[in-house]
Each structure stands twice: as C-alpha cells, then as structure tokens.
Ligand binder design. Sequence first.
Ligand SMILES: *Cc1c(COP(=O)(O)O)cnc(C)c1O
Length: 369
Amino acid sequence: MSARPAVQALPAYRPGRNPADLARELGVDRAVKLASNEVPFPPLPAVVQALSATAGETYRYPDNGATVLTAALAERYGVAPEQVVPGCGAVMLCQQLAQSFNDPGTGLVFAWRSFEMYPLLAQVAGARPVPVPLAPSRPGGAPDTHDLDALAVAVDDTTRLVFVCNPNNPTGTAVRRAELERFLDRVPETALVVLDEAYREFVTDPGVPDGLELMRGRPNVAVLRTFSKAWGLAGLRVGYLVAEDPAVADAVRRTHVPFSVSSLAQAAAVAALASEDEVRRRVAAVVAERDRLTAALRGRGLEVPDSQANFVWLPLGEPTAEVAAALEARGVITRPFAGEGIRVTVGTPEEDDLFLTALGDVRTGAPVA
Ligand SMILES: *Cc1c(COP(=O)(O)O)cnc(C)c1O
C-alpha cells in the first residue's frame, strides 16, 4: 500500500527528547526541557478539581458542541456563541480551516519562518503553500518579523487562507496595530485571514493589537487561541476559533472530528477561565522572566529580538544545530531550526539559569561536566 504522494512527502514524526531520559543518559540529576512553550507551572487547582469531578462521566461521549465552554468564551469576548468554535487544540482548528476553505490548487499564504504546521496543512489539503520570507525587525539584523507588505502582495484571487502568527512562533516578534490594519484593508474578501494568537496572553506591548478587536467589522478575519500555553492545558488539547462571520465558524464546525474535544478538556478549560486571576499572576511571572532572560542574553552580546511570547529566539544561523546539540549534551533541551536559530521557552528562573550556564559553557568551549 502506498499513501498519497502528498502524504508520503510529509516529514515523519520525530518525538522530542524527554528530560528524564536525557538526565539518565547523561548521568546528571536533572535535565531541563525548554522546547515546547508550555508554562512551567503545575495545573491550576481549579483544573485538577474539575478533572476529578468529570472523571466519573468519561464513559459517556462528550458534548460534541462543547456548549458550556462555547458560552463561556462567547461571554468573555462579547461575541455570539455562533462565532466560537472550540477544537482539539488550535492545531486541529488549523487543519479544519484548510479542509473547510482550501480546494485543491488554491493558495494558503503564511510568513516563513513561522509555525511549522502551516505548510503541512497546505500539503495535506492539496493546496498551494505560499511562504513569504520574514524581514529583519532591525536594520542589519536577521529576518525575524512579518513582512506584511510582501504578504499582501502574495495574496491573489486563488488565495483562500492567510495565517498571520502574532506574536510569531518561533521568533517571538509581533506586528503592530497600524501595519496590521493596513494589511487587512488590502486583503480581498475572498481570502480568510486567520490571526493565530496562541501567545496573546503574554503580549505586553500596548501597540500590539488584540485580534478580537481588529476582527470587528471584518467578515474575512478570524482569531485562533489556545488553552495550551498561558492556561497550562497543553496535555488536554483544547483551543478555539472566534470568527467575525458566523458562516466562517459554521464552515469550520463542519470539518470538526466528532467528539475530539474530550469532556475532560471542556471541563478543564471552563475551570481555567474561572481562574483568570491566577493565570494572570503566572503570566506576569513568565513575562518578568522573559525580560530577565532577554537582558542576560543581550548582555552577552547575543542578538535577541524583542519577544512578546513565552520564548526567546536566538538567530544563530549556521552553527544552530551544533549549539543545540552541545546544549543537550549539557542537559538543556531547546528547539533548534537548523541553519536559522534556536527557540528557547521561558522556564522557571532556575531552569533559565541552567540554560544560561550551559550556553556560556558552550560558547567558551568548556568541556561537558
Ligand atoms: C502552540 C501553538 C498552537 C496551538 O497549539 P495547540 O496545543 O494545538 O492548541 C497554535 N499556533 C501556534 C503558533 C502555536 O505555537
């Protein structure tokens, strides 16, 4: 049996390193994983409580419409429930978007480097991936930010979907209100612009717009958010789409894999929303640590773009893979993009100090302990 050529061409799944295995292999007390952009906190107490309360119901199928969660999100954002679509992680909503809007041969436009899923979505849907290179955010710097003018030029009448990841994964940079509004004004109504705001909760720059506000009055704009990052529910798989036009939400609902948002995920998300004060405190701690980590790296002469997310980007270029391997040999797992740079998730101060020490050793060529 052979799979579709488009599927054969997909990269095989490579599991990330597990810190416990790495620590054992290296013979050290602990290894740290700063690779997947989770927050470094245990689940919220209200989430643990909701999970145990829901455990007794898991012999039944979940509510396929996620009614309670949908209503909670609609109320939170002042939109109608018809505009909200929960999904099994924002990544599955990305897949649903491509399935719902991209006929074979139509265009799917995105910046590159950005979230790794975007080109793969196009490939599986038989759509045409249109990557648009990032531009430097500072003169002479590495390309690390959306080039919205080039992105607008890349959109044509075959384009059905445009992803704008804001802040951008993996570079952490964010586009600002005026330039994003100008871009949205230029995109034809036949292309849906999805603002992927997986890291919105970590944004501190008031010039970076809230996609849900920008969306108002623009029927071809939708916003993606997730409970995996700031809200700490990565292992439960739940995200959501909010669309200005209920018809967009309806189209995405039609490609929903039945029951793919579990009852545990739904209950946990509702409980997390009700714990917003605690989430805000946690996010503030991550942001303070992000700023400390950025300053420490810049203090060592490294180029680090301003991050509005819970990770920082080191545009190391050619030695990227070698540096990441050397960090791993010192018990620190990061996320390298060979030839481009390393993305480092903001951890606890202690984890980040381990990373900074390991990086210092790598750069001075100190032998592995
Ligand atoms: C992490 C992430 C997501 C979504 O993750 P889920 O866990 O599937 O909700 C979406 N977009 C970007 C850019 C991300 O980094």
